[in-house]
Ligand binder design. Sequence first.
Ligand code: ADP
Length: 618
Amino acid sequence: MLLAIAVILPTVCLLWFMSQAVTNERLAIRQKLIDSYTARGQEIFLKDLQFPVNDQNQYSAYISFDHNDNIIYPARSLQISYTPEYNIQKAWQLEYLDKKYDDAIKEYNSISVSSSILEISYDCKISVIRCLSKQDKNSEAIQKCRQFLNREPNVLQIPDVYIANAELMLINLYVKTNDSNLSAELQKLFSEVSKYKMPTESQVFILDELIKIAQQTGLAQKFTTEVVQAQKFNLAAEMSITVADFVEKENSKSQLENVFFKFPFLQPLYGIYLQKSDNKMLAVFSSDEITKFWQQKINDFNDKLVFCRIYDETGQLLAGAKSTEGELFATMNLKNNFTGWKTELYLRSGVFKEAADKKRFIYIWVTSIVIVLMISSTLLASKAVLKQAKLNKLKNDFIATITHELKTPLSSIRLFVDTLLENKCQSRQQETEYLQLISKENSRLSRLIDNFLTFSRMERNKQVFEMAQVSPVEIANSAAEALQAKFEKANVLFTTNIAKPLPIVKADKDAMTTVLVNLLDNAYKYSNQSKQIELKVYTQNSDVCFEVRDNGIGMTRRQMKKIFDRFYQVDTSLSRRAEGAGLGLSIVKFIIDAHKAKIDVESKIGKGSVFTVRLSHS
Ligand code: ADP
């Protein structure tokens, strides 16, 4: 019960506190981590966040607007409007359906001459060359082409689109005729077409044609740079056209400036409206470019505890881990070019479990150590308390025994003395008998007091032994002498049997005599009428043995175990009759222990007992 209260209760409390502490600490660590990573996230994702929007090399495509928000680039296709009086339809039918090229040429020429609109005239002139080429009248076609390109003095500035078309036609004619001018003309058009002021769509078409021609004629190798550049230009231009079509249709120019938005194309593209000097432009970036930018930031942020994800303004995941394992701890709305976008910060799953497990392991250890310490200190404390209680009991027993033991001889002495004083004795012999009884009681008192004093010194650890080289014979003789008077009675047969020679032992002679006196006295006390007591001294192995044997009442095995305890007396009528306080054998044991000697008892009820003291002589 005491142990339960002293150990189990505090242990349970301690465990509870520990688990609370672990939980609290885990929460505190978690909060601390979250705070620090949120701060880091803000630093990386919010502070000075600038995408290099002005780096034209990064654009996948772009659209520029004039100050009226009309698209300047990509240039849109021109639609020449033929007034009904020019029967261009007829010319087209003759050329494309009827394939009557001569008639078509006639028709084109007549429109060209009569038209006051220059574009119509140029268009028809080129159509004539085309028809000549279709008829394989190559040299005539080449000549007309050159004429057109040389721009006769009377001709005004020819728009680039007609020049480009005429040049392409000339190149085709050179291919057909294997003309040596092909290479130079091809190079010229490759380098000039993207600078011509003409619909971007037409530029793309011409460049595509040039690439095809270069590949077919084996000139692609010679013009690798030109071909690659043309392909790149076409890719961007085509994308610009698609975006321009979308912008015109959707009228999405109202989008915020300097903020990325996503195009709803299959191919993931992002646009951003920028104000450049006096005109506006729409830069188009592939999602790869933007992902690359974010990946840098993500790498700065991610570590073994946290990871993040970037979502665009449509809420679609753009960059960061795809797996959803983790615990979301912060969402940040991005700013500047990425207004409307957001980033989510996650704690990796299992992070805390691992840390907590480690902590728990430490706590379990600490708790176990504390519990062990608590149990052992409680045990020590209870041992001390028990010892104290035992001491108190001892003290009480001691006082009770002393008073009880002293009372009997003192009252009988008083009785005898009173009888003697009152001269009530009938004879001189009775007087002597009384005086002998008084003397006997007196010596009993002295022995009792001697024992008490020895015991008291022993208990206070004040008993000092004077070890010296002593002959065992001397010890045996002095013990025998002390009891000589007692043992001279008719009913006692006392024999000593001392072997010779005996080695000298190291002992306190008086103390060892006390041991033997106590043993012999007990042999006397606990024997019935015809007492046979023997004191034997002999050597065995390296020991000198003192053996006290009697034919007395004997003891049970259980009693034998207890006789050396303080105040223990076997509860028999003889014990009660015999004088003693249950201290004799405890004094014997104390002296034996101080001599590092041993004492054995053998006994049988009704047969007698043998006490053997073994004292080492080496
Ligand atoms: P006491 O003063 O009672 O003799 P002891 O410590 O000397 O105290 O002995 C303790 C008890 O051991 C005795 O009360 C007695 O019952 C028992 N005892 C001791 N010696 C003998 C013996 N030789 N034969 C039988 N019993 C003995």
